[in-house]
Write a protein that binds this ligand. Structure first.
Ligand code: AMP
Ligand code: ZN
Length: 148
């Protein structure tokens, strides 16, 4: 192995939906990417523009994943700024769950980046799983892409 090979970055789990999104096998509305992370819109948005940032390599969670939080950190900051600017968000929440008891449902490290708006403020309204109207995801995706 040469010093430039980083096998852990290429590691994928063939049964993991976020690995499939990273590889393009499953579709997503991708809004940002760097060398170690990918960000895409959450299909069940809590608030307009709710996105997920995931490492490109498979890591189960931040407890067992050894370094996955560091891998996604620059992308999380970039996505938070992107969403604030393009969607005129009034604030941003970051949420990361590790383990069943914490509510983790997809076992590939992911940071929720949730734009917040002044008309629905506060932590109590963070998780607001109301069904988004038809076309909402596509409309927010186009708005984020505009000016890219
Ligand atoms: P967690 O409960 O923290 O594991 O969050 C998993 C998140 O992944 C939920 O907010 C889901 O809506 C989201 N999700 C699941 N499948 C997809 C998908 N195919 N594309 C985008 N987001 C997804
Ligand atoms: Zn994975």
């Amino acid at each position: 192995m040469t010093p430039f090979e980083t096998p852990e970055i290429q590691h994928i789990d063939p049964n993991c939906i976020f690995c499939k999104i990273v590889s393009g096998e499953l579709p997503s509305r991708r809004i940002y990417e760097d060398d170690r992370a990918v960000a895409f819109l959450d299909i069940a948005a809590w608030h307009r523009g709710h996105s997920l940032v995931v490492p490109k390599r498979h890591a189960t969670d931040v407890i067992t994943g050894s370094g996955s939080l560091i891998e996604i950190a620059p992308a999380v900051e970039a996505v938070a700024r992107l969403l604030k600017q393009r969607l005129a968000a009034d604030g941003i929440n970051l949420l990361l769950s590790a383990g069943n008891a914490a509510g983790q449902e997809v076992f590939h490290t992911h940071m929720h980046v949730v734009p917040r708006y002044a008309d629905e403020p506060g932590l109590r309204l963070l998780i607001n799983p109301g069904a988004a109207p038809d076309g909402e995801l596509e409309s927010v995706y186009r708005q984020i892409q505009a000016g890219a």
